[in-house]
Design a protein around this ligand. Structure first.
Ligand SMILES: [Zn+2]
Length: 445
């Protein structure tokens, strides 16, 4: 009998020890995320579309995205926004913010602005792009794990060290995008010092999560996006980063636009201590991160928001409080995309073949805004729809595609009051055949 009491005591003690390092129940496990998304899709089949957009590289765990929109299963001709909850494993607050937003939008679907967003936008959420890292955290293996589980030393074992850093395996998903990936951290620096925690991966998009994002972004042409993070050191807590300012001077051509978006979102999110608001800042790192890639490749204004404080995994009440405050910045982006109760300031329209009337993929070129280090901005394949986020002003816009005559519109006026819409039909060039022969010193070659 005595030994049973001892056993019970030891078991209680063991559970208590585990409970001390566990995250509160409030946090979603991977299984709970899927179960909740699936049940929402059953309740709201017309408004919720759940889709697996890839798998993790090491454990082959599906990465789930959910789209909220009317006719959710169809890719409609609507502006799209993207909210990514988590890429760094320990930064679990972002998972909660995305799940919170999903539930709140659906719970209020007949009220404005929620109804307008669902009707006119395609709202994408990815609660986690790093489910294998999330499991390391939620299963209490290491609640301060950061990366994916890539087997860097090929020993067939997941090598990690509980506590921040020093994890031999894994890739930092926010160093794994192709844009400036080359400047990211290698496994070892030149002195042989290990830099595991920020390892960029063996090649760009080596990880399942980043590949999934890349493919979704190529399909969707997102206007605005947020990537939620939290700052372990607290040095970057409660900040909103936009693209970019390198070496204190190097700014992209849309810097002023990105800045307004970053500043407005930051100004809507109150700090945890209630003394002020989140601080906007241009991003200064140049190491394969998501937000610079989104802007450079797709013209998407993606903000990296470091939510919460250095208390990365706060209690349930503080989770809800953080979601309540952060959602206000996130929601404003949807109003901004539509110009609903706020400024819009963008150029959009459809590009078609003047002969067939069918949509075409064509470049939308704007002097001083299209520079060599940015990908040309193009219309999409399905609808020929293009989007350009532009500050108010007057622009000269050239629409062009190989095999078509260029069309230039001068004096296109963009203003804050709403979308500027220009639909363009490009004239196909006449096909001609050129024949002849080529000679060198009288002999054909
Ligand atoms: Zn992070």
């Amino acid at each position: 009998m005595k030994s049973i009491f001892l056993l019970v005591f030891l078991l209680c003690f063991a559970f208590q020890s585990i409970a001390q390092v566990s995250l509160p129940e409030r946090y979603h496990t991977y299984a709970e995320i899927i179960a909740e998304l699936d049940s929402l899709q059953i309740v709201y089949p017309d408004y919720v579309f759940v889709d697996s957009i890839g798998v993790t590289k090491t454990d082959s765990i599906p990465i789930w995205a959910v789209k909220l929109s009317d006719n959710a299963a169809i890719d409609e001709d609507e502006a799209a926004v993207l909210y990514v909850g988590q890429c760094h494993a320990e930064e679990v607050l972002g998972v909660e913010i995305t799940m919170y937003m999903i539930n709140e939008i659906l719970n209020h679907m007949y009220q404005n602005p929620y109804a307008i967003w669902l009707s006119e936008l395609e709202i994408w959420f990815i609660p986690t792009i790093n489910p294998e890292g999330l499991q390391v955290v939620m299963d209490d293996w290491d609640i301060s794990f950061r990366k994916t589980k890539r087997d860097n030393n090929y020993n067939g074992i997941f090598d990690f060290e509980p506590g921040p850093g020093d994890d031999i395996d894994g890739v930092d998903p926010n160093r794994n995008y192709s844009y400036n990936w080359v400047h990211g951290d290698t496994l070892y620096d030149q002195g042989g010092e290990e830099r595991y925690d920020y390892y960029r991966g063996p090649y760009p998009f080596s990880e399942g999560g980043t590949t999934a994002i890349k493919e979704l972004a190529e399909e969707q042409n997102f206007l605005y996006s947020i990537n939620w993070h939290s700052s372990r050191t607290g040095n970057f807590s409660e900040k909103v980063f936009y693209s970019w300012e390198w070496d204190g001077v190097k700014r992209p051509p849309d810097f002023d636009y990105n800045k307004i978006i970053g500043e407005t979102v930051a100004g809507l999110i109150e700090t945890e201590d209630g003394t002020g608001y989140y601080e906007p800042s241009p991003s200064r790192g140049r190491k394969g991160n998501a937000q610079d890639w989104f802007y450079a490749k797709h013209g998407t204004v993606q903000l990296l928001i470091e939510c919460g404080t250095e208390n990365l995994q706060p209690n349930a009440a503080l989770v809800d409080d953080t979601c309540e405050r952060c959602k206000l910045g996130a929601y404003w982006l949807m109003n901004r995309a539509l110009g609903y109760q706020t400024d819009a300031s963008l150029l959009t329209g459809h590009i078609t073949d003047a002969g067939t009337g069918l949509p075409i993929v064509a470049e939308v070129y704007i002097d001083d805004h299209d520079v060599i280090y940015l990908e040309p901005r193009r219309s999409d394949e399905i609808y020929g729809r293009y989007w350009r986020l532009l500050s108010p002003g007057t622009y000269s816009v050239t629409y062009r595609k190989k095999g078509y005559k260029d069309t230039t519109l001068t004096n296109v006026t963009i203003n804050n009051s709403g979308w500027t819409i220009k639909n363009i039909a490009l004239e196909p060039l006449q096909e001609i055949t050129v024949t002849g022969s080529i000679h060198n010193n009288g002999s054909p070659i």
